[in-house]
Design a protein around this ligand. Structure first.
Ligand SMILES: Cc1cc2nc3c(=O)[nH]c(=O)nc-3n(C[C@H](O)[C@H](O)[C@H](O)COP(=O)(O)O)c2cc1C
Length: 375
C-alpha cells in the first residue's frame, strides 16, 4: 500500500443500488445488552450511532431473533418480533443514518446453538445431532449444548415465517435492509453443514438441498418486500463459533451456494471468517479466494470479513478485487472511529479481549447481575 495515497477502503461504493460513503462496515456483533424482553436500549442506540459518526459507511447490527419460538440464542439478545421492539429499534436506525451511514439488521435463528431462550427450554435443528464444543460464557452459557430436536415441516415453516415477519419489522423500524444470518453455526448454517444435517427430505443430502432453507428465506422475504431499495443480504461462513476447523468441500460447492442465493434474490453476500483471519479461510481448493468465487459466480457485491483491521491486508483485498466492502468486528470495537482514523492517518487501538469479559455486553456484566437478583 502506498502510504501517501488514500486507503482504498475510503472510496465510496454502490451496494445494491445505494451509495455507501466508503467500503468499511461494522460486522454484526452480539452484545447481549437488550432488556430481558429483547427490547433494544438507549445505550445500544448510542453504541451503534458512534460507529456511524466514526465514519463507517455501513453498520450491521448484532444477530437479532426473529420469532417467539426457537430463534432466540441468548438472554438479553435483542429481538424484532413485537411493536415495542420496532419502536425501540427506530432510534438505532435513525442514529446510524444521522451519522451518514446505512443500517442493516442481521436476522438470526440460533437453532441448536441457542443457550438462552425465554420462550423455550429445548432447542431445534435440522437433525438430532449434539453440537460440537461448549456454550459460550461471554454470552452467558456454560457446559455442553443440548441435543436439538429434529425440525418438522411445520417447525421449518414457522422459522421461515419468523424471518419474513422480522424483515417487515426491520423495515418498519427504518432499516435499509436485513442480513440473513446463515453463518457461524446457527440454524441456517446447521442446514448447510453436512455433519449437522442428516435429513433425507428435500432439505438434506447434496449442497443444493442443504442451502434450500436459506434460499427460501431470501425468496420469501423478497416476495413480501419487493422494494429494490430494501436490501436482503446473506452472511455465510466456513468456520463456526463452535468449530473453527470446518471447511466447505471446495470452489464448486461454494459456487452452488452462491448462485442459488443470487437466484433467490440476495442483494449481497457477506463471507465471515469466525475465529480466523480472512486469509486462513479464504483459499479454496482451486486456489481462488471464497470471496472472489462469490463475486465471479454471482456478480453480486461481496463483503469480506476477518482481520480487516490489518490495513495492508484490507487494501490488498480491495485492490486485487477479492471483495467490494470489508466488515470489521474486533477492529471496530477497539476503534469505533476507525474510518476517521484511517482518513487522518491516525494510529489504531489494539483490540483487548477484556472488553468482552466477563460478558460481551456493553456494561460487561451489570445486567446479568440484575437477572441473578431477580431470579
Ligand atoms: C463480541 C462478538 C460478537 C459477535 N456476534 C456476531 C453476530 O451476532 N453475528 C455474526 O454473524 N457474527 C458475529 N460475530 C463475528 C464477527 O461478525 C466477525 O465475523 C468476527 O469478529 C471476525 O471479524 P474480525 O476479525 O473483524 O473481528 C461476533 C464477534 C464478536 C467479537
Amino acid at each position: 500500500m502506498n502510504a501517501l495515497a488514500p486507503h482504498p477502503a475510503l472510496e465510496p461504493v454502490t451496494l445494491a443500488g445505494a451509495k455507501l460513503a466508503n467500503r468499511l462496515a461494522v460486522a454484526p456483533m452480539t452484545r447481549v445488552s437488550a432488556r430481558e424482553d429483547g427490547t433494544p436500549t438507549e445505550a445500544m442506540a448510542r453504541y451503534y450511532s458512534a460507529f456511524a459518526s466514526g465514519g463507517f459507511g455501513l453498520v450491521i447490527t448484532e444477530g437479532t431473533y426473529t420469532d417467539t419460538q426457537y430463534s432466540q440464542g441468548y438472554f438479553f439478545q435483542p429481538g424484532i418480533v413485537s411493536a415495542a421492539h420496532v419502536r425501540a429499534w427506530r432510534p438505532v436506525a435513525e442514529g446510524v443514518h444521522a451519522g451518514g451511514a446505512r443500517a442493516v439488521m442481521q436476522l438470526m435463528h440460533a437453532g441448536a446453538l441457542s443457550q438462552g431462550n425465554r420462550f423455550r427450554s429445548d432447542t431445534v435443528g435440522p437433525s438430532a445431532v449434539p453440537p460440537k464444543g461448549q456454550m459460550m460464557p461471554e454470552y452467558g452459557g456454560s457446559g455442553p449444548w443440548p441435543t436439538p430436536r429434529a425440525m418438522s415441516a411445520d417447525d421449518i415453516e414457522t422459522a421461515v415465517q419468523g424471518f419474513v415477519a422480522a424483515a417487515v419489522n426491520a423495515r418498519e423500524a427504518g432499516f435499509d435492509g436485513v442480513e440473513v444470518h446463515a453463518a457461524n453455526g446457527y440454524l441456517l448454517d446447521q442446514f448447510l453443514t453436512d455433519y449437522t444435517n442428516l435429513r433425507t427430505d428435500s432439505y438434506g443430502g447434496p449442497v443444493s438441498h442443504r442451502i434450500r432453507l436459506t434460499s427460501q428465506v431470501v425468496e420469501r422475504i423478497r416476495a413480501r418486500i419487493p422494494d429494490e431499495d430494501f436490501w436482503v443480504g446473506v452472511r455465510l461462513s466456513q468456520t463456526k463459533v463452535n468449530d473453527f476447523h470446518h471447511r466447505w468441500a471446495g470452489a464448486e460447492e461454494a459456487a452452488v451456494v452462491f448462485t442459488t442465493l443470487a437466484e433467490a434474490g440476495a442483494d449481497y453476500l457477506h463471507i465471515a471468517s469466525e475465529g480466523r483471519d480472512w486469509i486462513d479461510t479464504a483459499r479454496l481448493d482451486n486456489g481462488d479466494t471464497i470471496t472472489a468465487v462469490a463475486k465471479k459466480a454471482t456478480g453480486l457485491p461481496v463483503i469480506a470479513n476477518g482481520g480487516m483491521h490489518n490495513l495492508d491486508q484490507a487494501a490488498r483485498l480491495l485492490e486485487e478485487g477479492h471483495a467490494d466492502v470489508l466488515s470489521l468486528g474486533r477492529g471496530a470495537l477497539a476503534n469505533p472511529d476507525l474510518p476517521n482514523r484511517v482518513a487522518g492517518g491516525d494510529r489504531l487501538e489494539e483490540f483487548d479481549h477484556a472488553m468482552l469479559q466477563p460478558r460481551a455486553s456493553l456494561d460487561n456484566a451489570e445486567q446479568w447481575r440484575r437477572l441473578d437478583t431477580s431470579a
